[in-house]
Design a protein. Structure first.
Length: 416
């Protein structure tokens, strides 16, 4: 029998197999099990863009990640609550995670001012052609962070709002996700040590308030919810270790690694090495906002269980199909640009050997045409493929960990 350490009834996490620091596990929730390591598809506004819940099931999706901030603004958490919570609202009856809104504090603040984030490079040191600093006039923050909470202006209509740990928990109770996150302050890779320390300590205080609010309220939809704490501290070793010790000692059901992971991927690996070993071994570990192929392998071997990332679905909407090789040649960035003129008359499947609904049915020429014509079906077909790709990759990783062939699988994908 594996480890089990979640605090909330209705939830369990069992480690079924270990391979070095990596592990294969099973996360049990009121809406079903998640086999880990697992990729969490991002459904920001209660939808994975262009797909139905049945589509998600068909391509093997186990769990999705929705956005507290966006759903709070539109249609409103009270609306979702009145309609039975997220599972009923979107007719997805498998597990759901929601974030706390902390990343949106970053997106509306430091991300705008400093030019880093989901759309700008999150690792500025690896994109030298893009400046790592912006002039103060180039972006104006929409948030004001205080120890009590965050004042922000809606990106939709400019209306003013107030978010605190208590509000974040209340909103996530209304949304009804299986796994919810404590409110935190996400920092930028361009924040200095002193600001990162202050934000970390604020996150710690907010973690305590999130726990208190969580235990002072009841689920609204007839099933329990689990609460994860978030480790912060930027790419500073002493802060990361200090934050890990503090958050790990609190009675959270699981843990997430968030905030700035440094200026380069190498920084991120070091952050995980400082963090993950000191998290409780019997509770699940989630890495926020990371999910490209090399990142998955590196994080799994350092002991991470689940990942969420917009990259596969956003890439799909920009004509990018995930693949290891194309016509026998390795793809260093694991993507095919379906707008490329070479595919105009190509009758072959988009990715040969792929068993996804798109590659079983359609040709490269057809996807090329759809993207060139800006047809909406292009987004759907590419997203189906990319999520199938991610879920198949995770299944292969789980099998390799159990069979002792993880290093060989990693070399197959990333090279020696």
């Amino acid at each position: 029998m594996g480890d089990t350490g979640m605090e909330t009834p209705g939830f369990a996490f069992r480690v079924l197999h270990r391979h070095g620091h990596a592990r294969v596990g099973r996360l049990t929730t009121p809406h079903g099990d998640v086999e880990t390591p697992a990729f969490v598809a991002v459904g920001t506004q209660a939808t994975v863009k262009s797909l139905t819940p049945d589509d998600l099931v068909e391509v093997g999706t186990e769990i999705i990640f929705a956005n507290t901030y966006h759903l709070y603004l539109r249609p409103g958490a009270d609306v979702v609550a009145e309609l039975g919570g997220l599972h009923e609202f979107m007719q997805w009856h498998r597990p759901i995670m929601t974030d706390s809104g902390g990343f949106q504090v970053f997106s509306l603040g430091a991300s705008i001012e400093q030019g880093v984030g989901k759309i700008a490079p999150i690792f500025p040191g690896e994109t030298p052609e893009i400046p790592t600093r912006r002039k103060p006039t180039e972006g104006r923050s929409l948030v004001e962070v205080t120890d009590e909470g965050v004042r922000f202006r809606s990106h939709l209509d400019g209306s003013r709002h107030w978010f605190t740990p208590e509000v974040a928990i209340r909103v996530q109770r209304q949304l009804g996700a299986d796994i919810i996150l404590a409110f935190d302050e996400c920092t930028s890779p361009l924040h200095d040590y002193e600001y990162t320390r202050q934000a970390m300590e604020r996150t710690h205080r907010w973690a305590l308030r999130s726990l208190e609010a969580f235990h002072a309220t009841r689920p609204q939809h007839g099933y329990p919810q689990a609460l994860y704490g978030i480790v912060q501290g930027g790419a500073y070793e002493d802060l990361r270790r200090r934050s890990t010790r503090f958050i790990a000692e609190l009675p959270f059901d699981g843990f997430a690694v968030g905030g700035s992971l440094g200026r380069t991927k190498a920084d991120m690996w070091r952050v995980l090495e400082w963090t993950v070993p000191d998290l409780p071994p019997d509770k699940p570990r989630h890495l926020l906002g990371i999910g490209e192929v090399p990142d998955i392998f590196a994080a799994v071997e350092r002991g991470v269980d689940t990942f969420d990332c917009v990259a596969p679905t956003r890439m799909a909407r920009n004509a990018g199909l995930l693949a290891r090789t194309l016509d026998g040649e390795r793809l260093p960035r694991f993507r095919i640009n379906m707008r490329n003129a070479r595919f105009r008359r190509d009758p072959r499947p988009p990715v040969e050997g792929c068993a996804c609904p798109t590659c079983r049915t359609y040709s490269r020429a057809y996807l090329h045409h759809l993207f060139r014509a800006n047809e909406l079906l292009a987004y759907r077909l590419a997203t189906l493929h990319n999520l199938f790709f991610m879920n198949r990759l995770m299944a292969d990783i789980r099998a390799a960990l159990q069979e002792g062939t993880f290093e060989a699988l990693k070399a197959h994908w990333l090279g020696p």
